[in-house]
Design a protein around this ligand. Structure first.
Ligand code: PMV
Length: 328
């Protein structure tokens, strides 16, 4: 029988939006301490909530209800893990989320959902957390999907802008000023693989080729500053080459696929300054760097090889919460 609670909330107490992310540089190497760079992908998750008798999370556009359960599905275990770290969340909330980005495709949908759920719990309980506390708590949620996440995904989603991340630095996240030259197309090329499986595969590769891995890691680490400088100067040919180098490194450690490689080549043939797979790989998305003049043509070219495309442009509105600005 159709359950009326499945409808979007008619009278939410609040609504908020959290962003996904596209990794410009450094995925996988970030796990071992290299610098990495991400840009927010707006409207990752829209979530409304209201006080209730028990915690529940409805993913309206997946036709899915999730309750906290330590022995349930991944989402149920993540929900429980988050609540275990939030003993202050004594006021349960009914939450309804819509996921606006492809999931399991390297765009950080799980982190965006975790951020939205946590912030709704904060609001429902009148318990604002600092950014640092949110970052720490979300490892429990992300750990269910990723195994040993670097924290990059949820750091980028929490910041909602242009982000540099270095895992073993304090603080690991550096919020960067918006990049006025950053025009890119993200193409969702094929279904992605499990991040945990891909990270485990890279760990094996690193064990088999430790010296080569360290070389690649050092190059990945150095690439971020050079890229930021090139972007700031509008030296897009140089910036694009760094994306290409990043893709080659990801190919070498075994996380690309023929379809991702073909899409990357298609982007370059269509005039992109550079292109790479983004996220854990094994499928998912690519990102191709362009400029204001060529973005429409590149977009068109990538639509032909993508399930879905997203545009990243400097004027893309920053995601924001529609809740009162009392929480940091
Ligand atoms: O979840 P994805 O596909 O965006 O990948 C996350 C980035 C990795 O570097 C592969 C893993 C991590 O924890 O940083």
């Amino acid at each position: 029988m159709f359950d009326k609670r499945h409808l979007p909330l008619q009278t939410p107490a609040g609504q908020l939006v959290s962003s996904g992310k596209a990794i410009l540089l450094g995925e996988h190497f970030v796990v071992y301490g290299a610098s990495a760079l991400a840009v927010a992908v707006p409207n990752g998750v829209t979530l409304s909530w209201r006080p209730a008798d028990a915690h529940s999370l409805w993913i309206d556009n997946w036709d899915l209800q999730v309750r906290p359960d330590a022995s349930g599905t991944e989402l149920e275990r993540a929900f429980q893990a988050l609540l275990d770290g939030a003993p202050w969340a004594t006021q349960p909330a009914e939450m309804h989320a819509t996921i606006g980005i492809p999931s399991g495709a390297g765009l950080g949908s799980s982190a965006a959902l975790g951020v939205a759920v946590l912030r709704a719990l904060e609001h429902a309980n009148g318990h604002p957390l600092t950014h640092e506390a949110r970052f720490a708590l979300l490892f429990a949620w992300e750990g269910v999907f990723h195994g040993q996440p670097s924290g990059f995904d949820h750091a980028a989603s929490l910041h909602q802008g242009f982000t540099r991340f270095r895992r073993f630095e304090t603080p690991p996240l550096q919020a960067l000023p918006p990049a006025s030259n950053l025009y890119a197309i993200v193409g969702h090329v094929e279904p992605g693989a499990s991040t945990k499986t891909m990270v485990d595969g890279v760990r094996s590769w690193r064990e088999a080729y430790p010296v080569r891995f360290q070389d690649l890691l050092n190059s990945a680490d150095a690439r971020v500053d050079v890229f930021l400088h090139a972007l700031e100067q509008g030296a897009l040919v140089n910036a694009g080459r760094l994306l290409d180098d990043n893709h080659a490194a990801l190919q070498e450690i075994g996380v690309s696929t023929p379809a991702l490689d073909r899409a990357v080549q298609r982007a370059r043939d269509a005039g992109a300054y550079g292109a790479k797979l983004i996220g854990a790989g094994g499928g998912g998305c690519i990102l191709a760097l362009t400029d204001a003049i060529h973005i429409d043509a590149l977009h068109h070219a990538l639509q032909a090889v993508s399930i879905r495309t997203l545009r990243i442009e400097p004027e893309t509105p920053r995601t924001s919460s529609s809740l009162p600005p009392t929480l940091p």
